[in-house]
Ligand binder design. Structure first.
Ligand code: NOJ
Ligand code: NOJ
Length: 613
């Protein structure tokens, strides 16, 4: 799995290609998509370490964005990486053979990453660490406070690796798929089968509950895993959970639209780009539109699409005056405030991709059924539509006219993306809801990956079926079952042969008087305490801070039997230098199986002073 130096040449070739194509805004839509597709693919590759031109210093990882502040996205997220790699794998299968080294490096790096202990837990014995959303750019753990766990990551990674494994099988390399890649997939599917019925954070890392996007992808991963296991003659632990997950998936529909986050009460409508991102990630060209997997051509999903677009039409001033049935700028959800709560490139292009997917499915089925749920969606585009089945016919048939209308609708979302894409084709995360100016993380890898998948669908390139027709139907009554996973390091792909890491729960309590705006961290010599790297110190919380007791606290897990040196650090409110305690403390973590211990400390060292920034 390691690369010979000749492959390095391939990387530098890919990385040095000049991609500046001026004046993208002035082009017609076809020419814009063609030009931007090239820029977007290169934009994604530029953010993949260690060779990517924008991410010097990163390991073999897909970095979310080169942006290191406001926001700092110089990390690797399991979700962003897997979605990007799925795009790269599909590009490879569609014929871009130069991309194979990126896939091979991903396999190797993810095998290692699976074994890294992190704040979500350890890899062994129970797979808990697989739910960690993000890691440092070199693949070491990230200790900061975060919305964790996020349970979509293992499913998305499995889907990407299964897609590549299927290609290997078709190309006479089943042995490699079985011995090298299956062990990675097996860990991820074990995680899905074991934890799907437990809440986690959504793809936007904000809501602790059950997320449509996550559940939909989890289901897909197990259906595809079942088939791959058969093909490779191996056992899939956890795949038996697929019908139960599909059963649960039905509960996100509220009669009008998909409530994207359930098992949570956060005051939102639930209308969220989550649902269309889920539908495009689980798109199956062979699926029937009434498949319980909620495909793009599904009537309930079309109703959802209409409600969702209306919510953004009413939210962003750049959408003012755009009538129903025409593309708008699309964001995460209308109540969003992150970085100002703006439209996102990747979700605007997802809306277009969604519609191209639906069109492709109707064409492939040679018919389209309009029901009461989808009628308003179709009426916006083709006013004379009625509730009935439309069978394919000649170019003037109602079927063809509807197909043309939906295709134009899709194109109108691409035109919105074009309008707000700068002339050099760079894609940030968001664009301003009032002015359309790009903002938040620049050169977002996921924005680029999303553009490429949109361009694939628009060009009629579809990944092969993932087996929606073969998937077992959901049971009549759902139950929250679980299958205990089997976890083992994927050593043939390069994972270290780790054994079970025994950890003990340690609570750090420190009395430290602070002013408003100041923060306290604990830092130490072990990886779980940040290895003296201040950027990776463990944050304490002030939830228990009172005028009687200035308590800062964190509950964490440290390796049994280890002796750690540590101290507390103050972070000031205006970027003044960090203030470290003036002593080194020592803590010997007790042996495996010990009860949790609480350390009671009091701050030793200088106090902070509020800056006036
Ligand atoms: C960072 C996350 O990446 C983003 O999705 C979220 O909106 C903000 N934190 C606020 O929670
Ligand atoms: C914030 C987004 O909400 C999240 O989905 C993404 O994984 C990270 N940014 C990194 O791009």
């Amino acid at each position: 799995m390691h690369f010979s130096s000749s492959l390095v040449g391939v990387f530098s070739l890919l990385c040095s290609q000049a991609v500046a194509i001026p004046d993208l805004k002035a082009r017609d839509l076809n020419s814009f998509v063609t030009g931007e597709r090239t820029i977007a693919l290169q934009g994604a590759l530029n953010n993949i370490g260690p060779h990517g031109s924008q991410v010097a210093g990163a390991g073999n990882f897909v970095i979310a964005s080169p942006s290191t502040e406001n926001p700092n996205y110089f990390y690797t997220w399991t979700r962003d990486s897997a979605l990007t790699m799925k795009m790269i794998i599909d590009e490879f299968i569609f014929g871009n053979t130069k991309l194979q080294p990126y896939i091979e490096e991903y396999i190797h790096a993810q095998a290692i990453l699976q074994t890294v202990s992190n704040p979500s837990g350890t890899f062994l014995p129970n797979g808990l660490g697989l739910g960690e959303p993000k890691y440092q750019p070199d693949g070491t753990r990230f200790n900061g406070a975060w919305g964790r766990p996020q349970r979509d990551g293992p499913a998305l990674r499995a889907i990407a690796l299964i897609t590549y494994s299927n290609w290997l099988i078709e190309n006479g390399q089943s042995t490699k798929a079985r011995t090298v890649i299956w062990p990675i997939i097996s860990n991820d599917l074990s995680y899905v089968g074991q934890y799907w019925n437990q809440t986690g954070f959504d793809l936007w890392e904000e809501v602790l509950g059950s997320s449509f996007f996550t559940i939909q992808n989890q289901h897909r991963s197990l259906v595809q895993g079942t088939q791959l296991a058969k093909d490779l003659r191996v056992t899939c632990t956890g795949c038996d959970q697929a019908p139960e997950i599909l059963c649960f998936l039905q509960s996100f529909w509220n009669g009008k639209y998909i409530v994207s986050n359930i098992n949570v009460n956060n005051g939102r409508t639930g209308l969220d780009g989550n649902s269309i991102l889920g539908a495009i990630a689980t798109f199956d060209i062979d699926a029937y539109c009434d498949s319980p997997t909620f495909q793009p051509c599904n009537n309930k999903m079309l109703s959802n699409f209409r409600y969702l677009m209306d919510s953004f039409r009413e939210t962003y001033s750049i959408n003012a005056g755009i009538p129903e049935g025409q593309g708008v700028a699309v964001g995460r959800y209308s109540e969003d405030v992150y970085q100002g709560g703006n439209p996102w490139y990747l979700i605007t292009t997802a809306a277009a991709e969604y519609l191209y997917d639906a069109v492709a499915q109707w064409k492939a089925r040679h018919n389209l059924v309009v029901d009461a749920d989808s009628l308003p969606f179709f009426q916006d585009l083709y006013p004379s539509v009625t509730i009935r089945q439309y069978n394919s016919g000649n170019a003037n048939s109602p079927f063809s006219q509807i197909i043309n209308a939906v295709t134009s609708y899709a194109d109108s979302f691409v035109a919105i993306a074009q309008k707000y894409t700068p002339a050099n084709g760079s894609l940030a995360e968001q664009f301003n809801r009032d002015t359309g100016v790009p903002l938040s993380a620049r050169d977002l890898t996921w924005s680029y990956a999303a553009f490429v998948t949109l361009a694939q669908r628009r060009a009629g390139q579809y990944p092969t079926t993932w087996g929606t027709r073969q998937a077992a139907s959901p049971p009549a009554t759902c139950s929250g079952t679980s299958t205990t996973g089997v976890y083992a390091p994927a050593t043939a792909a390069g994972a270290p042969n780790v054994t079970s890491t025994c950890q003990v729960n340690i609570v750090f309590n420190v009395n430290a008087t602070t002013y408003f705006g100041e923060n306290i961290y604990v830092i130490g010599n072990t990886d779980d305490l940040g290895a003296w790297d201040i950027n990776n110190a463990v944050p304490l919380g002030a939830g228990g801070y009172t005028s009687q007791r200035p308590l800062w606290s964190v509950s964490t897990y440290l390796n049994a039997g280890e002796t750690a040196s540590y101290k507390y650090v103050r972070q000031e409110n205006c970027n003044q230098p960090y203030i470290y305690e003036t002593l080194n403390r020592t803590l010997t973590i007790p042996t495996c199986g010990s009860a949790p211990i609480t350390v009671e400390d009091a701050w030793v060292g200088a106090v902070g002073t509020a800056g006036s920034c």
